[in-house]
Design a protein around this ligand. Structure first.
Ligand code: UDP
Ligand code: MG
Length: 317
């Protein structure tokens, strides 16, 4: 096979402390791969500034003016890391490349693993997942929530590999297929799983964040997880129906028992406590179920409006 042109996409949100260093380090990797004859010399970086409020964009512009192989775009506002990655994938598809790797701006993922990603790509894999060797750098809370998320997804029938990250390589072919997906709230990890292309994984080491702090908080991780579930599984909706059925069954049996006692034992069960407890339990379950259905309705609502996924303010090609 001919040497592939590699694109590396990097979502950046308030990363002024990292970005310069990250770009330098990634060029070390690119130059090493070029010298080994593994990629083309016009392989490039594409940075997506996800509406940063610091000087991230001016640093990107400066890097671009010094080297045309640093390309990028600036979003009008912050749309979140998933949208930034999708924008990166769509942009490099337009610019052109044979394969693309996505990596975080803080370079927590071992950038030297890119060579192994490429080796797998050359063997004919369209998607190469990066799987963390461990989660040593994550807080207990993040480890726990991530594990809970992957376990839930697996239970709901979406078998995405645990400990996988947004560090992955995908081929031009996968990019073309991604382009056929009009979903506004596309959950990338689910997409790569369901699309059915030949895929494999590469293990990599996780490092502590180079500088600055994590851009995720509980709310954004929760939103990501809920989007993942509602985009790829309707099992929760079915569970609501099954739960409703069994609750009704219990009510029916309890009712029968009351009638039985009245007719044959001549005493009717009394006590308002039972009624109050049952009312609040059932009321709670009903609201919870409504909430689940509401998540899907909300998802529909957002999709139907068909607003653009993101808007680019400036692009440097
Ligand atoms: N990021 C982004 N938009 C956001 C939040 C994060 O583009 O709204 C980027 C961020 O700049 C980084 C990547 O997503 O390149 C991963 O973020 P971070 O390192 O903060 O996440 P963590 O490693 O803590 O999971
Ligand atoms: Mg990070």
């Amino acid at each position: 096979m001919n040497k592939p042109q590699l694109a590396i996409i990097i979502p950046c949100y308030n990363e002024e402390l990292c970005i310069k260093n990250t770009v330098e380090k990634l060029f070390e990797v690119i130059n090493d791969l070029i010298s080994k004859g593994k990629i083309r010399e016009d392989s490039y970086l594409y940075l997506i500034d996800d509406g940063s409020k610091d000087s991230t964009w001016s640093i990107i512009e400066e890097l671009h003016s010094g080297n045309n192989l640093v390309k990028g775009t600036k979003f009008l506002r912050n749309y979140g890391n998933q949208k930034a990655i999708i924008a990166g994938l769509e942009s490099v598809r337009e610019i052109g490349c044979d394969c693309v790797v996505s990596i975080d701006a803080d370079l927590q993922q071992d950038e030297w693993a890119i060579e192994r990603f490429l080796d797998e790509f050359q063997k004919g894999y369209d998607i190469v997942y990066g799987i963390r060797n461990n989660r040593k750098t994550d807080s207990f809370f993040k480890k726990f929530t991530a594990l809970a998320f992957y376990k839930t997804m697996n239970l709901l029938g979406v078998n995405i590999p645990p400990n996988h990250s947004d560090y992955r390589l995908i081929s031009k072919r996968a990019l073309e297929i991604l382009n056929l997906y009009p979903e506004k709230l596309l959950f990338l990890r689910g997409f790569f799983h369901e699309v059915g292309l030949k895929s494999t994984s590469v293990k990599f080491d996780v490092k502590p964040r180079m500088a600055g702090e994590s851009k995720f908080n509980f709310a954004s991780l929760m939103a990501l997880a809920l989007n993942g579930i509602t985009s790829y599984s309707i099992v929760p909706l079915r569970m609501v129906a099954v739960l409703g059925f069994f609750m009704a069954l219990i009510g029916f049996v309890v009712g029968l028992e009351a009638v039985f006692e009245k007719i044959f034992l001549h005493n009717s069960p009394n006590g308002w406590a039972t009624v109050v407890v049952l009312l609040s339990v059932f009321g709670g379950i009903q609201l919870f179920c409504l909430g689940i259905i509401g998540e899907y309705v909300g998802q529909l609502y957002k999709e139907v409006k068909s607003r653009p996924r993101y808007i680019k303010d400036i692009e440097l090609k």
